[in-house]
Write a protein that binds this ligand. Structure first.
Ligand code: NIG
Ligand code: FE
Length: 388
């Protein structure tokens, strides 16, 4: 089954932005890209109505298996209170008390929100269970929604281990890892004051890598730590937040293969300074943008909101922000089949109700996503919940 999308006003490809373009999709993959005037014949046709066509967003960082919300904390922060990692434990208590059905319904609702806003690939972390059973069920549920699942048993130390942090690290690297690894592609650690230190993060990631998982890390959210350099040293696919970086961190990122994933929703909703994307890009670091959807620090599913903030407050051009939200996210997940409109890639495409992707930042908060295609699915509104 082939489909031609034609009448594309502006098509964003890795090499160039093409006016008056068309894209041929064959069996869920991009088979041809070029000028509308020379488009090949196809079984079906989608008229882009002169809109801009961009790759589907790759949201490489989310925590959507949870129960409840923490709107009260957001409200207090807006009144001047500061964010601490401790709020995570409130969501842990609610998540442990929830049924599988409740957790899956909430995550499915959030995935649907993401899709409607143009996200076609999503990563999902555990991290609100923090027992062997609650972490493994979180990942089992997440794996019904995406193949990009991340074991984050090392999110914070749960209350019952407050006096035995070493015992919790043993659990995370032992029985919990064994129960979670079958459902996970990645392992992540929150390496920050109030969570895990560099030595603990090294121990946890090293064991996870030996178990066959790819490494990722949260670091530099609340202050500088050695976490960023550790992530680069261990060959992590991505280190996420990167709000507080030393010169040595920037040099390490520039010399290594680890993507710096920036999460502007966090700074927006915690009133912290935004990360300096310009500095990272100018240093030669690969940058991704992601939502970090979670009930504490960033309860958004909107990649275009993150792009708008990145353009407004982080020194990115609209083209850089779009690339970070698509190809950057793909690099952060070490995926070469998504994130770009090019022959051989999966047909994950967004048709905008706008003449240019610049409008995503220029018209913040406006629903400009007209139609979302994902692989063989010609309109994600028709997609079954677990088919990502
Ligand atoms: O990525 N930084 C750690 N974890 C989440 C916050 C989770 C929460 O506050 O519930 C984050 O921002
Ligand atoms: Fe996070």
């Amino acid at each position: 089954m082939s489909t031609i999308i034609d009448n594309i006003g502006l098509l964003v490809t890795p090499e160039a932005e093409l006016a008056n373009a068309a894209v041929l999709i064959d069996d869920g993959y991009i088979a041809w890209v070029g000028a509308a005037a020379s488009a090949p014949a196809a079984d079906d046709r989608i008229d882009a109505a002169n809109g801009c066509v961009i790759p589907g967003f790759v949201d490489s960082h989310s925590h959507i298996v949870f129960a409840g919300d923490r709107a009260d904390e957001f409200e207090a922060r807006m009144a001047g209170r500061s964010y601490t990692a401790g709020g995570i434990r409130r969501t842990v208590a609610l998540t442990r008390a929830a049924t599988d059905e409740q957790l899956l319904a909430n995550a499915t609702r959030l995935i649907a929100e993401m899709r409607m806003q143009g996200t076609t690939t999503v990563e999902i972390k555990s991290g609100y269970g923090l027992t062997v059973d609650d972490e493994s069920r979180s990942l089992a549920l997440a794996s019904t929604l995406t193949s990009e699942t991340t074991y984050l048993g090392a999110h914070v130390v749960p209350v019952e281990y407050a006096d035995d942090v070493a015992g919790y690290v043993d659990l995370v690297t032992g029985r919990m890892l064994e129960a979670c690894a079958p459902h996970a592609r990645w392992i992540d650690v929150f390496c920050e004051d109030g969570a895990f230190d560099v030595d603990q993060a090294r121990a946890i990631l090293t064991v996870g890598i030996a178990r066959g998982l790819g490494a990722r890390m949260h670091s530099g959210q609340l202050g500088e730590s050695g976490g960023v350099r550790l992530a680069v040293e261990l060959g992590a696919a991505s280190v996420d937040h990167c709000t507080f970086l030393s010169d040595a961190d920037v040099d390490a990122l520039a010399a290594g293969t680890t993507v710096a994933t920036l999460l502007p929703g966090v700074e927006f909703s915690t009133r912290q300074p935004y990360p300096d994307a310009r500095l990272l890009i100018d240093a030669g670091v690969t940058v991704a943008l992601a939502c970090d959807c979670n009930p504490g620090s960033s309860y958004t599913t909107s990649m275009s909101f993150c792009m708008a903030v990145a353009v407004r407050d982080m020194g990115m051009t609209p083209a850089e922000a779009l690339r970070a939200a698509t190809a950057g996210g793909a690099a952060a997940l070490r995926r070469d089949d998504v994130g770009e409109i090019a022959v051989g890639k999966r047909a994950d495409l967004v048709i905008l109700d706008a003449p240019s992707y610049v409008h995503l930042a220029y018209r913040p908060g406006v629903p400009l996503v007209g139609r979302v295609l994902s692989g063989n699915v010609a309109d994600v509104r028709a997609m079954a919940p677990g088919a990502a």
